[in-house]
Design a protein around this ligand. Structure first.
Ligand code: NAP
Length: 292
């Protein structure tokens, strides 16, 4: 398939590489052009602008930091909207606001283009191993078009509705639950450690008994090893996600008291540790608050 790929950060670079490996014709664009070099060596071509990345393609995929980054590549003379042919498909994989996905959907319809939300679960290592979980929502025909691409980058696709923003809502719910799991594990590990039991021992017991799930395995190991740098998922992006969860919760009038606590722990971590820490670095803040 002829595709454009925009956004070669931690996640995008790995996803685009797998698309090139699966023999799709991939044209890549990134704001910082140097990040495209490994992709060009893997057979991709360099697009001069988001418009160029989308022009003449069947599908353009975006994997950008946040709503404003997506907005920046979308608009203007050199933007994706100006390049994407009528009838072609934009697959947005970034974690963005529900309201933004609704706006994008309408905007593409005005341009007679198609739009699918397909955010993902899985850190950069999972992206590199083509083991992402993809949460897709949109028209059935659009999901069918994107399926060969999803197969090249992920292990499973969940279809959650025909309104694209449903996928973004599911993704935000999931990220809220991931950080909640990190919070509870970090609090429990801190208690164990202060009480004289190494956190590695607690980890062995929890995943060997009732908590044998990927989220506890992945983040429990990070907490035990204090592997907070380099960040796989940076705390500023985690804060962005908790803000988006809050916006969705406000819109639906859903009180989420735990969300406020998670947001504050992320803020405290960013204030004390700087912007380059992983979002699971809240574990360090939780331990320090207990005097460890
Ligand atoms: P990242 O490494 O920080 O990459 C962000 C990308 O966005 C880079 O390509 C960056 O370009 C681009 N960008 C930022 N601001 C821009 C702007 N104003 N205009 C144009 N491009 C801009 O982030 P990531 O970890 O790959 O995450 C990407 C998305 O996936 C986010 O929405 C994140 O929430 C989501 N996600 C991440 C993970 C994870 O574990 N990392 C897992 C699931 C989902 P430059 O290279 O020029 O900075």
């Amino acid at each position: 398939m002829r595709i454009g790929f925009i956004g070669l950060g931690h996640m995008g670079a790995a996803i685009a590489a797998n698309l090139a490996k699966a023999k799709h014709e991939v044209a890549v664009w990134n704001r910082s052009a140097d990040k495209a070099r490994p992709l060009l060596e893997a057979g991709a071509t360099l697009a001069r602008s988001p418009r160029d990345a989308a022009a003449g393609k069947d599908v353009v995929l975006t994997m950008l930091a946040d709503d404003s980054a997506l907005e920046a590549v979308l608009r203007g003379e050199d933007g994706l909207l100006a390049g994407l042919p009528a009838g072609a498909l934009h697959v947005s994989m970034s974690t963005i606001a529900v309201a933004t996905a609704d706006r994008l959907s309408a905007l593409h319809a005005e341009h007679r283009q198609r739009y699918l939300s397909a955010p993902v679960f899985g850190r950069p290592e999972a992206a590199a191993a083509a083991k992402l979980f993809i949460v897709a929502a949109g028209a059935a025909q659009d999901i069918t078009t994107a399926t060969p691409l999803f197969e090249a980058v992920g292990q499973r696709v969940f279809q959650v509705g025909d309104k694209p923003s449903a996928a973004n809502l599911v993704k935000l719910c999931g990220n809220f639950m991931i950080l909640s799991a990190v919070e509870t594990m970090a609090e429990a590990m801190t208690l164990a450690e202060k009480g004289g039991v190494p956190k590695a021992k607690l980890f062995e017991v929890i995943i060997g008994t009732l908590f044998d799930a990927p989220v506890y395995r992945t983040y429990g190991a990070i907490l035990v090893e204090q592997r907070f740098r380099p960040a796989g998922f940076a705390a500023p992006l985690g804060l962005k996600d908790m803000r988006l969860v809050g916006q969705a919760a406000e819109a639906q009038r859903v009180p989420m008291p735990l969300l406020s606590l998670l947001r504050d722990h992320l803020l405290e971590t960013l204030a004390k540790e700087g912007e380059d820490i992983d979002w699971s670095g809240i574990g360090r803040t939780i331990a320090r608050n207990a005097g460890l």
